[in-house]
Design a protein. Structure first.
Lengths: 475, 264
């Protein structure tokens, strides 16, 4: 049975017209206001901002025409909406549970590839090593991976529902714990949304402190990916050296704010406290870090046995990256660079010089690592500017109070994984609804597609090269 | 490959000497909030803590450090009543009973803690020389995994203490569990626990694993992992520091010398 819902179809038509014209599909969420009908909202990233297009479903509608057949990037978004609200996207190719565990049948091994000798290797959710919980179902005849399936719902924590009723001051603490390795970026995206609703202006010094922590977080995350890649290649010394540098970054962050993950720094309206180190010392420490990391990165990128494992591994084509709107280093490595810091700048990025990085098109694990090293270099440059600017600044106002307000707004920030979006609705200073969309959620679904020609032993490289966090996917 | 040989020697030994010697980074660690020893005010504490860790019993203010997510709001708003605890290590930095984390401790808790320590020691005597760990993520935010992974790095290097990670629960003596207890992970967590041979020890790593933290009210979690597996050592923090995790491991297997720093 085909159903027609003019409002939804018109929404999809407009969305596709926008993406065809160069805008980027940035997410699909649903909300059900008290006693009202379900409303679908599509986020579209444009030059300079992110728009929301809306369409209500008729009251009591149990289904709507799916977007996924027309725009593949909606694949997981529509499954999440189905999980949360039970509404069926008609024509969706596979409506299995995504974020919420389903019935017992959902734990049965699915098979998508038929053929002689093909079997499924379930890997997870408890995996070897210290990893976040996720299950990969690898369909393989022994070496090649013709199909990969993922179950991300094991560690779903109900973060989105938990926001409801909170004051923004508590909400930012929860945002920090949505995707713990990108705490600063999540706190920023959440705070930006709240600031947009309340009309709160962030003082210039606070805008710089925000950049300071966001860029240190980026360096730590990219080093973590490099550690995992070096470890996968069995380079014991490189693994230890890069892990040492990552620890140095986390220790610098803890010296600046007391938390190794920059938690408690970003609050709606500014930052909670000045950095505990004077700008001159920040400059010295950042310089030391840069001198330690840069040659080590160069050595890693000159280790041929390592590069051999990454080159051509897990390739994402530029065409698919653009269609999907791939975020962060995954997109950049495939020639699709849409960095919120450049395209939709916020806080200190409005005034700081952010040199563009080299463009890449190979889309493989090697290109992704190259992008990360470029970004690390870029971050060191930004940190230097921030420390110098902070030293010259005479006003040290760091925080303005956001008056309670009502309304809805989007906030965004470029996490190490890519763009994070918070869709926040406030009513008289209380959160009615808050939908976080991590880059991990948007990007992880692309891992289905990058195993062409790769074999089982490439798996850890591909997974690490995406650099995502499962916590941010299942939320 | 030869480029790496010399690089490995570049910074000399970067590994901490703790627990043989004290480590300034561990001693300077900012732990959960603690109440100061002053009389409780009549009001003004309701809604101060986002996780409800603060309670008033009679004339004393008590903080449940197992719920504390280290946001620092109480320390910032009521410095007359609250302060940070200092130090990541020492026998008080992780608890062997859940009620030990509610500070100041009651006198009867002290006795029960001693008894719990003795029972734990009895069980883990056989493990002392070589300890194998299995980690399970039961709904963490991902940061706890970073801090546990750090134990394998050059700075913390737990291999020097005879502690190793293992992929198989069959080889594991200690189960490190992170996360608020996501419902989807209760089955896998229980299966892992059941797959371990006796004697075994479970450590709840971080405020989420201890109490559920900010997510304790969520319908998608059990609000701490004790609902699924019996916990022996409770480690607060959001996330705990790598030193805190090693400290909890040493407490679990009875390797921690008594004494040590820490103000709680």
């Amino acid at each position: 049975m085909t159903i027609t819902q003019p409002a939804v179809t018109a929404l999809w038509d407009e969305l596709l017209a926008r993406t065809a014209a160069g805008d980027r599909f940035a997410g699909l969420v649903a909300a059900k206001p008290e006693g009202g009908a379900l409303v679908l909202s599509a986020h579209v990233a444009t030059a300079g901002g992110i728009d929301t297009l809306e369409a209500p479903l008729p009251p009591g509608a149990a289904s709507y025409p799916a977007l996924t057949p027309r725009l593949g990037a909606a694949f997981w978004y529509e499954r999440e909406i189905h999980d949360r609200f039970g509404v069926v996207p008609e024509g969706h190719p596979r409506l299995a549970p995504l974020i919420r565990p389903g019935s017992a049948e959902d734990y049965a091994l699915p098979r998508h590839v038929a053929g002689y000798g093909i079997f499924t290797i379930p890997h997870g959710p408890v995996r070897s090593g210290v990893m976040e919980s996720i299950e990969y179902l690898v369909e393989t005849p022994g070496e090649a991976i013709p199909h990969l399936n993922m179950r991300v719902f094991y560690k779903h924590r109900g973060v989105e529902n938990r926001f409801a009723g909170m004051a923004p001051a508590d909400g930012v603490l929860l945002a920090e714990r949505g995707e713990g390795i990108a705490s600063v970026a999540h706190a920023l995206a959440f705070s930006h949304a709240v600031e947009r609703i309340t009309g709160c202006q962030v003082p210039p010094a606070a805008a710089l402190v925000r950049v300071l922590h966001a860029e240190l977080e980026r360096i730590a995350n990219h080093l973590d990916v490099a550690v995992r890649l070096a470890d996968a290649a069995g380079l014991a010394v490189a693994t230890a050296r890069l892990a040492l540098h990552k620890e140095r970054v986390l220790r610098l962050v803890s010296r600046l704010c007391g938390s190794r993950f920059g938690r408690g720094v970003v609050v709606p309206g500014g930052v909670s406290a000045p950095p505990r180190l004077p700008p001159a010392e920040i400059l010295t420490e950042v310089g030391k870090l840069r001198r330690a990391v840069t040659p080590e990165a160069a050595a890693l990128m000159a280790t041929s046995s390592f590069l051999d494992r990454l080159r051509g591994t897990g390739p994402l084509t530029p065409q698919r990256a653009r269609q999907h709107g791939a975020l962060g280093p995954v997109g950049k490595a495939a020639g699709y660079a849409d960095d919120d810091r450049l395209a939709r700048p916020y806080d200190g990025y409005l005034s700081l010089a952010l040199p563009p990085v080299r463009s890449h098109a190979a889309g493989d694990a090697l290109a992704r690592l190259r992008v990360r090293w470029d970004e690390v270099d870029q971050s060191f440059g930004l940190l230097r500017q921030v420390a110098e600017d902070l030293a010259e600044r005479s006003s040290h106002l760091l925080h303005l109070t956001c008056e309670p307000a009502s309304g809805r707004a989007l906030g965004w920030a470029e996490a190490p994984q890519g763009e994070v979006i918070y869709d926040v609705v406030l009513d008289a200073g209380r959160i009615v609804r808050c939908h976080p969309r991590s880059a991990s959620f948007h990007n992880l679904v692309l891992m289905h597609e990058v195993f062409t020609g790769d074999i089982l032993t490439d798996f850890p490289f591909i997974e690490a090269s995406f650099g995502l966090s499962v916590a941010g996917v299942a939320l | 490959m030869s480029i790496w040989v010399l690089r490995g020697l570049r910074d000399g030994v970067v590994t901490t000497r703790w627990p043989a010697r004290s480590d300034p980074y561990a001693d300077g660690w900012r732990g959960p909030a603690r109440p100061l020893a002053v009389a409780a005010p009549a009001d003004g504490l309701d809604g101060l803590c986002p996780t409800g860790a603060i309670s008033v019993a009679g004339t004393s203010v008590r903080v449940d450090q197992g719920k504390c997510i280290l946001c620092g709001r109480c320390v910032a708003e009521r410095p007359d009543l609250f302060a940070w605890s200092q130090g990541a290590t020492g026998p008080a930095a992780a608890a062997v009973r859940r009620d030990q984390l509610v500070v100041p401790e009651l006198p009867e808790t002290d006795e029960a803690v001693e008894a719990a320590r003795a029972r734990l020691r009895e069980r883990t005597t056989a493990l002392r020389r070589s300890v194998h760990i299995r980690h399970v993520d039961a709904g963490s935010d991902g940061s706890e995994e970073w801090e546990i992974q750090a134990l394998l790095g050059p700075v913390y290097d737990i291999h020097r203490l005879g502690v190793f990670f293992t992929a198989s629960p069959r080889h594991a003596d200690v189960l490190l569990v992170t996360g608020a207890g996501a419902l989807g992970m209760t089955g896998p967590l229980r299966t892992t626990y059941d797959g371990m041979p006796d004697p075994k020890v479970v450590i709840a790593v971080g405020a989420d694993a201890v109490s559920g933290g900010l997510l304790s009210q969520s319908e998608a979690v059990t609000g701490g992992i004790a609902a699924t597996v019996p916990v022996d050592v409770w480690l607060p923090g959001s996330p705990p520091s790598p030193f805190g995790i090693i400290n909890a491991l040493l407490i679990a297997v009875g390797k921690l010398a008594s004494g040590g720093k820490g103000t709680r």
